[in-house]
Ligand binder design. Structure first.
Ligand code: G
Ligand code: G
Ligand code: NA
Length: 253
């Protein structure tokens, strides 16, 4: 519903911002990390969700510079936290297009050097559906990123068609259970059983498990019982602008 000119202008005018949503320890609710989530502060439309512009950025190729901006901004933020002694991890969403149409490993190396961030606190989220058409390219890039010390998470787990075959082929560090499952675990015993099985499977493969979209303490109780490693959702906090997230972090330590 908008043109790529708008988009180019938006980059030049610095209209993109990162929000940060806390990820907490599944046992005690303490903040252990955050996910960086992009928003567009549009002059007329207000705050625009990535759902409304990421796919367009993928189509017109602007996802490459945009993705670079996201990673650089996130790495500078992470460096700032770590320098203050706030030892949290930060995950960044990567689009499959960044793997296919740019040298993603080279970009990451460059930005890590530029920002001097400790990569051991950096995580990359890749969506399962987006892995599907591009096996080998992703496979090699993931391998190299992990060799650098970066952790790679499988996002929206359970919603795509290839979860299990991908688990079998890719070496990863963790998976995020899609919020569509979490929203049903309280009142649907089948869904609860599926989530329970995903967690067992993941732990058997040495993967950590993050549940997304946790909104009630009952959902948290159920997940804690299953030893879910981390929780993310409105129960703890919505995605926050950087200064508000900083405040939340500082208050907790
Ligand atoms: O924050 P929100 O729920 O509006 O995010 C909607 C979707 O946009 C999520 O699936 C999320 O993974 C994706 N998204 C958010 N930020 C980024 C980003 O920086 N890069 C990419 N590729 N996707 C993002
Ligand atoms: O890419 P990913 O699937 O991580 O998408 C994260 C999206 O989920 C973001 O757009 C974020 O705003 C949204 N989100 C985060 N927590 C909750 C929640 O508790 N409930 C719902 N409905 N959405 C959430
Ligand atoms: Na994500």
């Amino acid at each position: 519903f908008f043109l790529s000119n708008d988009f180019r202008n938006a980059m030049q005018k610095n209209q993109f911002v990162l929000y940060y949503q806390p990820r907490v320890d599944g046992r005690n609710g303490r903040i252990v990390g955050a996910e960086a989530l992009i928003r567009w502060e549009h002059e007329e439309w207000g705050l625009v969700s990535p759902d409304d512009f990421i796919s367009i950025a993928e189509e017109n190729g602007l996802i490459t510079p945009l993705g670079e901006w996201v990673l650089r901004t996130a790495c500078f933020k992470l460096k700032e936290w770590l320098d203050k002694g706030l030892h949290v991890r930060l995950s960044v969403n990567f689009s499959i297009h960044q793997f296919l149409h740019s040298d993603i490993v080279d970009t990451v190396k460059r930005i890590v050097q530029e920002t001097k961030v400790d990569v051991n606190f950096l995580e990359i989220e890749i969506t399962e559906s987006s892995l599907l058409p591009s096996g080998l390219v992703v496979y090699h890039a993931v391998k190299e990123l992990r060799a650098m010390g970066i952790q790679v998470l499988f996002d929206d787990f359970g919603t795509g068609y290839s979860s299990l075959s991908w688990l079998n082929q890719l070496e990863l560090d963790g998976l995020k259970i899609d919020k569509s499952f979490i929203q049903k675990i309280s009142d649907n015993s089948t869904t609860l059983e599926i989530v329970r099985s995903i967690i067992k499977l993941a732990h058997g493969l040495n993967l950590s498990v993050i549940a997304e979209g946790v909104e009630s303490s009952h959902e948290w109780d159920l997940l804690r019982e299953e030893q879910c490693d981390e929780i993310q959702g409105y129960l703890f906090s919505r995605p926050l602008p950087a200064d508000q997230f900083d405040q939340l972090l500082i208050n907790e330590v």
